[in-house]
Design a protein around this ligand. Structure first.
Ligand code: AMP
Ligand code: MG
Length: 326
């Protein structure tokens, strides 16, 4: 089976083509909306997705070296995400499915990060630490569902880094620049370590980091933000592993590109005798291949979706999905 998957939950629109037997990502093309100033405006991001859509569709088919006739299934990100972006991706998916007379499958974006991670790294039953711009969740499979064991109570970790970056004049996305700055940090500036049970929160750290900028070096503030936020994430991930008795940890989401976060989670896993997995960059960030692959898993498990079932779900919860493929 060959699936064309469309990702469009937030800043990135992506089209990936995946074959199941043998598993191969035939193409994975995306385009990221970068606001000229300020944060992401959902409508501007959606306009960006619509304007580049046909271009990346052509590129994706070319890269996969196939035509429309080879496609068996259309997958798309049905949620969670920004309404205008989700609607743009869903509209394109419906149009393609109707035009090609192929089945359609709406995919939960968070679960797609986990499934592509399993497929490309060989992890079997991991706890996923999913850290992106808008989402921060610790997810694992238990009793027929992907369940959220911990999550942010306010903003996503990437959002925290990007907002800090914007305040200090870094272009979007700020995460990679903060990582570079942090390497030159020499001093830990205390920031409010905010773990509440299994959940985390970042808005207090953001405010404290902004105040710290009045008296501290930016390199030290970036270093301290990373140390604080990433320690919190590592702590709740470890507790989820202990609770679920799982011996694998997988990273997902754009913030997982960060070497310091990888190092902390890897070390935690090693100390527990668990395995650490981190997919390569192109499948770590939002991408169409993860949607295509998850759509294939859903389809092959017997799930069906009609066009009438494809309304977007802005607040789609990870544990709402009935996982028939595991
Ligand atoms: P995603 O939403 O999963 O596509 O990831 C985008 C987010 O990842 C943005 O908030 C970026 O700032 C963040 N990000 C990307 N690279 C890094 C990095 N090296 N360190 C920290 N955050 C990063
Ligand atoms: Mg994502």
């Amino acid at each position: 089976m060959i699936c064309l998957g469309i990702e469009g939950t937030a800043h990135t629109v992506g089209i990936g083509i995946v074959r199941d037997k043998p598993f191969e990502i035939l193409s994975n093309v995306s385009s990221m909306y970068r606001p000229a100033a300020g944060g992401i405006h959902p409508r501007d991001a959606a306009n960006h997705h619509a304007s580049v859509f046909t271009d990346i569709l052509k590129k994706s088919l070319d890269e996969a070296n196939i035509g429309f006739g080879n496609i068996d299934l259309i997958g798309f990100s049905i949620g969670p995400g920004l309404g205008p972006c989700l609607r743009t991706a869903a509209t394109a998916a419906r149009a393609l499915a109707l035009y090609l007379e192929k089945p359609i499958m709406g995919v939960n974006h968070c679960i797609a990060h986990l499934e592509i991670g399993r497929a490309v790294t060989g992890a079997d039953d991991p706890v996923l630490l999913y850290v992106s711009g808008g989402n921060t969740q610790v997810i694992a499979f238990m009793n027929g569902k992907y369940r959220v064991f911990g999550e942010t109570l306010d903003i996503g970790i990437g959002n925290c880094l990007d907002k800090f970056g914007r305040e200090v004049g870094m272009p979007f996305p700020a995460g990679p620049r903060i990582e570079e700055m942090a390497k030159r940090g020499k001093k830990y500036v205390p920031l409010p370590y905010s773990v509440k049970g299994m959940d985390v929160s970042f808005s207090g750290i953001l405010t404290a980091a902004m105040h710290a900028m009045e008296r501290e070096r930016i390199e030290d503030v970036c270093f301290s933000m990373q140390e604080t936020c990433f320690s919190m994430l590592t702590e709740v991930t470890e507790r989820a592993m202990a609770h679920t008795e799982k011996a694998e940890v997988l990273l997902g989401g754009g913030v997982a590109s960060n070497r310091r976060l990888q190092e902390m989670v890897r070390k935690m896993a090693e100390e527990r005798g668990a395995k650490f997995y981190c997919p390569p960059g192109k499948v770590l960030v939002d991408n169409g291949a993860m949607i295509a692959w998850t759509a294939i898993l859903m389809k092959k498990s017997g799930m069906e979706m009609g066009i009438e079932d494809t309304s977007i779900k802005q607040n789609f919860r990870t544990d709402e999905v009935d996982v028939k493929w595991r």
